[in-house]
Design a protein around this ligand. Structure first.
Ligand code: XMP
Length: 513
């Protein structure tokens, strides 16, 4: 299948470039800058991403341009553009002030294939500290803004372009058109990558790969594992056994509801209620990383015990998606939070790994789910952390605290599913993720009737995001917040105050622990 290679120089927006290319029904792979595939006949073009480095930083990531120049059409974005210009004899210098934010292309070469269909004055998003002050010999400027003379260039007579702005971000209003011009018109993508084609090819491949083998899959209730299960079920039917572990820290009634959904989808599911074990192992534990480690360990133990009962299983399937696998450049080398995933099956089971969604971004998983006819409430479900409400209770975890948080969270999420915004869309579908957090280490004074109360606050969190790597706090309507706050305080015993978290990621993370 035709593909675009995106070489990652460490920019925050590299994944976004990938998603934009996929939106053009074109397959792409994001690879570390120094891992360009040798002799892959499917490659039709190359995009060089941005980077946190300046071309002059001693640690800046560099590639041998000669290895790809002239072989494929190339588009350099931001650092990618500066790197090519710098390497090929141009001049890159620190900009007098950081060029950041919205700007307009005051001059554009509308005859250039990269700018087909553009409008003069088109808004673009800049974010760089250096700027190209002189182009290499034989390069021409094809767009400029008031302050950036070489906003875009092309090497004359070559399929090589550079743009100092970010076409992949939403604020570059014709950015998708620019990428379409590159991917479809210049690289010649036939746009054959769609949900329908993915389902057909993947089901055929799974049939071939799995034959009559039995497969085990860990379900979490989330979109990814559910879509993986339905896809596998379509390929091998009841030879797929799904295991869904209840660690006791799911949302209110979630275990029962999700089990019911899975049965309606015709899946062969074993539900395991292991909440007592998790509660007992977590008793008295307050340290977030310790909580995560215990839950991860217990999960593997419970899952393994069930999986071992399926003695003829040959495969372990997982709902791993592409962003989980993109090799990170690990610029800081620090672990912020350890995420828990199904894994660590005993070696003696000799299971092979099957990951049918490993090439998909989250929005593509949702499209595939729709293609498979899955119910909308399963597909639009917000992400939920593996350790569940355990990382949304500050302090130690008790069944009573989980009950309090489940009740508050249920009021919040239910209200969000019911609230219709001014534009007619449901509020729940406008946010990436929402949930309540119980601040069990904090107590504050309140008054109810004539009684003084001294209870815990609940914090509400809602964020907008495209990939959970960065997130903004959602601007929820005041009337919605007022209703939710009143409902929680009136109906959830143990809570006397509601706050709203207005932190973005970074510097905060989405989950509190
Ligand atoms: P943070 O809190 O790191 O979360 O900003 C980013 C996204 O990951 C989810 N998350 C998890 N998902 N296991 C998971 O499967 C985990 O341990 C875990 N911790 C956080 C979080 O809900 C958000 O969507």
């Amino acid at each position: 299948m035709q593909k675009i290679i995106i070489l990652d120089f460490g920019s925050q927006t590299t994944q976004l470039i990938g998603r934009r290319v996929r939106e053009l029904d074109t397959f792409c792979e994001i690879l570390p800058y120094n891992k360009f595939p040798e002799n892959d006949p499917d490659v039709i073009g190359v995009i060089l991403s941005g980077s946190p480095f300046s071309v002059y930083d001693p640690e800046a990531f560099k590639i041998d341009l000669a290895a790809i120049r002239g072989r494929y059409p190339i588009l350099g974005i931001c650092y990618g553009a500066q790197f090519m210009s710098h390497t090929l004899g141009g001049r890159v210098e620190p900009a007098p002030s950081r060029e950041y934010g919205r700007q307009h292309l005051t001059t554009i070469d509308l005859d250039n294939p990269l700018f087909q269909g553009f409008e003069k004055g088109s808004q673009v998003w800049m974010s760089h500290g250096d700027t190209i002050t002189a182009l290499p010999k034989g390069f021409k400027t094809i767009a400029a803004t008031e302050s950036v003379a070489n906003a875009a260039y092309q090497a004359e007579g070559e399929q090589l372009w550079g743009v100092q702005f970010h076409p992949e971000v939403f604020h570059s209003t014709q950015g998708s058109l620019l990428l379409k011009n590159f991917v479809v018109n210049i690289c010649g993508s036939e746009q054959g990558w769609s949900a329908a084609s993915f389902v057909d090819t993947t089901v055929a491949e799974l049939k071939q790969q799995l034959g009559n083998d039995r497969v085990i899959l860990g379900l979490s209730g989330g979109v990814d594992s559910s879509v993986a299960a339905v896809l596998l079920n379509k390929a091998i039917g009841n030879r797929l056994t799904c295991i869904f572990v209840d660690h006791g820290m799911l949302r209110k009634n979630e275990f029962q509801q999700v089990m019911e959904d899975y049965r309606c989808l015709g899946l062969n599911v074993i539900g395991v209620d292991a909440s007592e074990k998790f509660f007992s192992d977590l008793a008295g534990v307050t340290e977030p990383e310790k909580k995560r480690k215990i839950i991860g360990r217990d999960f593997v133990e419970v899952f393994n015990a069930e999986a071992k009962k399926i003695t003829d299983a040959k495969w372990l399937a997982q709902g791993t998606i592409y962003p989980d696998r993109i090799e990170s450049l690990n610029i800081t080398g620090k672990v912020i939070k350890s995420h828990h995933n199904v894994g660590g099956l005993p070696e003696e089971m000799h299971l092979q790994l099957c990951e049918p969604l490993k090439w998909l971004f989250k929005d593509e998983v949702r499209r595939v789910g729709r293609q498979l006819g899955m119910p909308e409430h399963l597909i639009t479900r917000h992400p939920f952390p593996g350790p569940g409400l355990a990382v949304r209770i500050l302090g130690d975890i008790t069944p009573e605290r989980v009950r309090i948080l489940q009740d508050a969270d249920d009021i919040y999420i239910r209200a969000m599913r019911e609230y219709v915004c001014e534009d007619g869309e449901i509020l729940y579908n406008k946010v990436w993720q929402a949930g309540a957090i119980l601040l069990a280490t904090v107590r504050s004074v309140g008054v109810m009737g004539d009684e003084r109360t001294y209870e815990h606050p609940v914090a509400l969190r809602a964020v907008t995001s495209t990939d959970a790597m960065t997130a903004d706090w959602a601007h929820l309507p005041y009337d919605f917040m007022a209703r939710v706050s009143t409902d929680i305080i009136n109906h959830v015993r143990g809570v006397n105050r509601v706050c709203y978290d207005i932190s973005s990621k970074p510097p905060a993370t989405i989950e509190w622990e």
